[in-house]
Design a protein around this ligand. Structure first.
Ligand SMILES: Nc1nc2c(ncn2[C@@H]2O[C@H](COP(=O)(O)OP(=O)(O)OP(=O)(O)O)[C@@H](O)[C@H]2O)c(=O)[nH]1
Ligand SMILES: [Mg+2]
Length: 387
């Protein structure tokens, strides 16, 4: 996947449809001059619905969609005919999309599964026609209910990819090389830091036709939490991974120290990530062989499983897969629930790609109050739909 095509953040203004007004109508016919009220109900406004789609991997298709609006419900007619229902707008999003309020950063919902539908904004209910308000003492009510107003909201959609195992390491640790060896993915590999600029996913084939998904994210460095390097923005893509595979090259001066730096950066991003299963792979072991005593020492002092691998010679790649699979099989790693913190709008606005947000959004946003007439809905309390 080309770098420019991976979009994991979009901000959209959404508005549902308002409900159609109920009709005020009194029936008249040739020999029936006082036929009574027969005003029909207004139609419901369209909803804004999010739908999970496992065929999508990015939010690219929403990049240029700044406004998504459902249509309004139609007005009710005479002879108790209903108004037309407004058309719903369904937004297809990749599984793992988290939705935040675009103004406050508050977490709203998340779409996890294929086909899962979440109503983001409800269309207004249609108003009742005057037929509903006939009583013994008021047989010809000359009023009907207006439709409910629409809902509007700026929303931020953020993708947190759903992979089973996430690779965590400094730049040049050999993360992309491992992904290219164990899966069919073709990430860019080069001998300079920050080759990978956007997360890459690959499906790893395991024995007996089983498979798991691996996510390679851009390298993190000491101080990433303070914004150094590419910062921590891509760490959200490992939030939902069941297992974190830390990768440190054998050529590192101090493997233990490097592991601890990575761990503390991950912790600064979200302390909950520390509860995930961790493995440590010492990479590039074709260049230099770590002695088994050193590995035993690391296992003891870090409290995690350590394996020496080489993506070039294939050393211990199968052992690594076995270890990952064993972790994925564990019951505590089956359900990956994370609590989403509200996001800091200012930080994410700064972080997001500047080139895809050049438009002045404020200028294009239509605020409902400016264009809609205001109804005094209070006078209809207690009757009809608000009961
Ligand atoms: N000898 C040897 N070299 C390796 C091995 N794995 C990766 N390399 C080399 O290390 C360099 C960096 O590898 P990448 O896979 O791009 O590293 P990365 O961790 O994805 O780096 P960033 O994307 O920059 O974070 C490349 O020149 C690779 O050829 C290995 O197992 N053995
Ligand atoms: Mg890379």
């Amino acid at each position: 996947m080309a770098n420019g095509n991976f979009i994991d953040y979009v901000k959209i203004y959404c508005r549902s449809g308002k409900g159609g007004a109920g009709c005020m109508h009194l029936h008249r016919a040739k020999y029936l001059p006082k036929g009574g009220p027969d005003g029909g109900d207004g139609g419901r406004g369209g909803h804004i619905i999010l739908r999970g789609n496992s065929n999508l991997w990015t939010l690219l298709h929403l990049k240029y969609q700044k406004h998504i609006m459902a249509t309004d419900g139609g007005k009710g007619g005479d002879s108790r005919s209903f108004g037309k229902q407004g058309e719903d707008r369904i937004i297809d999003v990749p599984c793992g999309t988290v939705v935040y309020d675009g103004d406050t950063g508050e977490w709203l919902c998340e779409v996890k599964e294929h086909g899962e539908k979440i109503t983001l904004l409800k269309g207004g209910r249609g108003g009742l026609g005057n037929w509903h308000f006939r009583t013994a003492t008021n047989q010809a009510p000359r009023y009907a209910q207006p439709g409910e107003p629409a809902e509007e909201r700026n929303v931020i959609l953020q993708l947190k990819v759903l992979a089973d195992v996430g690779l965590v390491g400094f730049p040049n640790a050999g993360k992309s090389t491992l992904l290219s060896v164990v899966s069919a993915a073709k990430p860019e590999i080069a001998d300079y830091p920050f080759t990978t600029l956007t997360p890459q996913l690959g499906i790893v084939q395991y024995r007996d036709e089983r498979s798991f998904c691996m996510a390679d994210i851009p390298g993190i460095i000491e101080g990433a939490a303070e914004g150094k390097g590419l910062g921590l923005r891509f760490l959200r893509h490992i939030e939902r991974n069941a297992v974190l595979l830390f990768m440190v090259p054998v050529t590192s001066e101090n493997i233990e120290r490097e592991y601890n730096i990575l761990l503390s950066e991950v912790e600064k991003y979200n302390t909950e990530l520390l509860s995930k299963s961790r493995l440590l792979a010492i990479t590039k072991c074709d260049v230099e062989q770590p002695d088994s005593k050193q590995i035993e020492r690391l296992k003891k002092s870090l409290g995690v499983e350590v394996v020496a691998i080489s993506s070039v010679s294939g050393l211990n790649i199968d052992t690594l897969k076995d270890l990952i699979w064993a972790e994925l099989e564990k019951e505590q790693n089956q359900v990956i629930e994370i609590s989403h913190k509200p996001i800091d709008i200012q930080t994410v606005e700064r972080e997001k790609d500047t080139d895809d947000q050049t438009e002045d959004e404020e200028e294009h946003t239509i605020y409902l109050n400016e264009v809609e007439e205001e109804w005094d809905l209070n006078k209809y309390r207690g009757i009809g739909w608000d009961a």
